[in-house]
Design a protein around this ligand. Structure first.
Ligand code: NI
Length: 198
């Protein structure tokens, strides 16, 4: 297992536009090793996802996995998913408000508005085409990770800075209200009939 160092907000690598991976290079040893390291590092840090620029590799790869995540107990589970050159587009005008956090922004959370329904197109780690529709928290997680591939961090999208909170103050002052909202979001969007990721 190889754990890579996670870049923190302020490091320029998080603000660069990541390069696309040549489809022929997806199965290369270096690409496969980076993917394995992203998975190990995400799991070790208990993230719901991790993008390659967050480990100082500015290429368009991210990994996502939610398995009863203690950082995000309200998030529906998502099986381990590797996305290479992902592209996302909203499927409707609908949005929802998500309380996000990020391994590259230690100890801060804030409310971000996300598209509620999206279409995702990407390659998987074998270079096969993925194409599916996703909704709710899963759609939000995808948008958060794909933002990292374009130099964007969730704090850029926090429109009301008064929602910013440390994790312990979130637990003390915001968690109960958000869990209630999260139940409403899950009732609206999960389980989703739209795709295999939920
Ligand atoms: Ni992040």
């Amino acid at each position: 297992m190889v754990l890579r160092k996670i870049a923190h907000i302020g490091h320029p690598v998080l603000r660069t536009s990541a390069a696309k991976v040549e489809p022929d290079a997806v199965r290369d040893d270096a690409t496969q090793a980076l993917i394995d390291d992203l998975i190990d590092t995400m799991r070790d840090a208990q993230g719901a996802g991790l993008a390659a620029p967050q480990v100082y590799a500015p290429v368009q790869i991210c990994v996502i996995e939610v398995t009863d995540n203690p950082r995000y107990p309200y998030k529906p589970n998502i099986p381990l998913t590797v996305l290479v050159n992902p592209e996302i587009e909203p499927l409707s005008e609908e949005t929802f408000e998500n309380y996000e956090g990020c391994l590259s922004v230690p100890n801060l959370r804030g409310v971000v508005t996300r598209h509620a329904r999206v279409r995702l197109r990407a390659l998987d780690r074998e270079g096969r085409i993925l194409d599916g529709d996703f909704s709710g928290f899963t759609a939000g997680t995808l948008q958060h990770e794909i933002d990292h591939l374009h130099g964007r961090i969730f704090v850029d999208r926090v429109t009301d800075p008064t929602t910013l909170t440390t994790w312990s103050e979130f637990d003390r002052h915001h968690r109960a209200a958000f869990l209630k909202r999260a139940d409403e979001i899950k009732a609206r969007f999960h389980p989703s009939p739209l795709g295999p990721l939920g």
